[in-house]
Design a protein. Structure first.
Length: 408
């Protein structure tokens, strides 16, 4: 059984090239910022970094979530390729560190020509006599609360990602049929899901994204951002599984496992659409100025092309292409849709974040694409190195035999 992954030179060179593109793009962005130095340039520079760092942190954290959820359910279907979400989850700390640096620089150092924070206006405008709405939310929206939640939850996500990986590797060296580590993972999974519920499904999307336009709020926003991240994270796992399968690894993986991942991609595309429509419909129906202003710029303003592309890419394409059983078992189709879904939800996060700081002055050109490529390169480089450090088959896993007999 070919259970060891050796990083192909082409994959390593591709990841390094993407990182180089990202670094050069960042340098170009800094040069543009220093030479142009308009408020729009500054807002765009930081908003793009915020967009990609949040997006990649959230979609990689999904791999920790799926490990915890399956462990708590005592599911065996994931064991055949469990090393993939383990490798992705073990590298959440990389994106967490990048995100922390970017968030803190934005909150504590970024100001426009008028002394206003162009990304998070509540940092400088939540004062008496300036903005009553922001001042009323100051109990929650303040730098101290922001820093505390960010450090605590990013730290916990990073720790759980590395811990689950370490425990899985330790199981290989444990006595045969020993259940001590199995039940340790079971208990930690319950703790992680509680942490995840308090972070990704509530507070962190409020602080990092929704507070960009702090006059507007939605009680569905955290679930909406979770659904967007989850379907992207499952698509990311699928891409790595198919890639490793094509390299001659993951011999235990069959079309039933691919079909399962395809069902997650299909189901959560529908779930995302349900939340998208619920959030939009309730606020459109109420027709309150502060609520509908959020959607007016996105649907009828300069972001309308992204608004409708978002719906077509993230709902119409998955439901039309992934509904049938054969499409979820076809390697080409499922790989194509995984890439489309990740791009579609990258656009989704783009329209969540950009209208606040940029207004009508939005772009998707060399800077946005280059920074995205840099983050993608970091992801490929880190995950491939982690995969190469251990066996791709979780030997001695108590559910290994069951996953070998898996039939959807």
């Amino acid at each position: 059984m070919n259970d060891h992954f050796e990083i192909p030179g082409r994959l390593k060179n591709t990841s390094l090239a993407l990182i180089a593109v990202g670094v050069l793009t960042l340098i170009g962005g800094i040069a543009t910022l220093l030479l142009g130095h308009t408020d729009v340039d500054k807002a765009r520079f930081w908003a793009v970094l915020l967009h990609d760092s949040v997006f990649f942190t959230l979609i990689t954290t999904v791999s920790i979530f799926i490990q915890a959820a399956v462990s708590l359910a005592q599911g065996a279907w994931i064991v055949a390729y469990r090393r993939v979400p383990e490798a992705i989850g073990a590298n959440v700390w990389v994106f967490a560190v990048i995100l922390t640096v970017i968030l803190f620089l934005i909150v504590f150092t970024v100001r426009d020509a008028h002394g206003v924070n162009p990304i998070y206006k509540w940092v400088t405008e939540a004062e008496p006599g300036k903005d009553k709405v922001l001042f009323g939310k100051k109990v929650f929206l303040n730098p101290g609360m922001y820093v505390a939640f960010t450090l605590i939850f990013l730290g916990l996500w990073s720790w759980f990602g590395r811990k689950f990986r370490a425990l899985s590797l330790a199981q290989e060296k444990a006595p045969v049929n020993d259940t001590k580590i199995y039940w340790t993972v079971f208990r930690l999974s319950a703790v992680f899901l509680f942490v995840y519920a308090l972070s990704q499904m509530s507070t962190t999307p409020w602080l990092w994204i929704m507070s960009i336009q702090a006059h507007w709020f939605s009680t569905l926003f955290s679930w909406y951002s979770f659904a967007s991240a989850f379907v992207s994270g499952m698509s990311l796992i699928l891409l790595w599984v198919v890639y490793l399968k094509n390299q001659g690894n993951l011999e235990l993986v069959n079309k039933e496992h691919i079909h399962d991942l395809g069902k997650f991609m299909f189901a959560f595309s529908i779930f995302w659409t349900y939340l998208w429509f619920s959030q939009y419909m309730l606020q459109w129906y109420s027709n309150q100025p502060e609520e509908t202003a959020y959607f007016k710029m996105r649907q009828q303003g300069p972001y309308s092309i992204i608004f409708y592309a978002n719906f077509i890419i993230n709902f119409c394409m998955p439901i039309l292409i992934l509904m049938s059983r054969p499409s979820k078992r076809n390697y080409f189709t499922i790989t194509f849709m995984a890439m489309i879904i990740i791009f579609g939800h990258w656009l989704d996060y783009f329209q969540m974040i950009m209208p606040g700081p940029l207004g009508e002055n939005w772009h998707i050109n060399w800077y946005e694409i280059g920074i995205f490529m840099g983050f993608a390169g970091i992801l490929i480089f880190c995950v491939s190195r982690t995969l190469a450090k251990s066996s791709l088959v979780p030997h001695n896993n108590l559910l290994l035999k069951e996953t070998m007999l898996h039939v959807a």
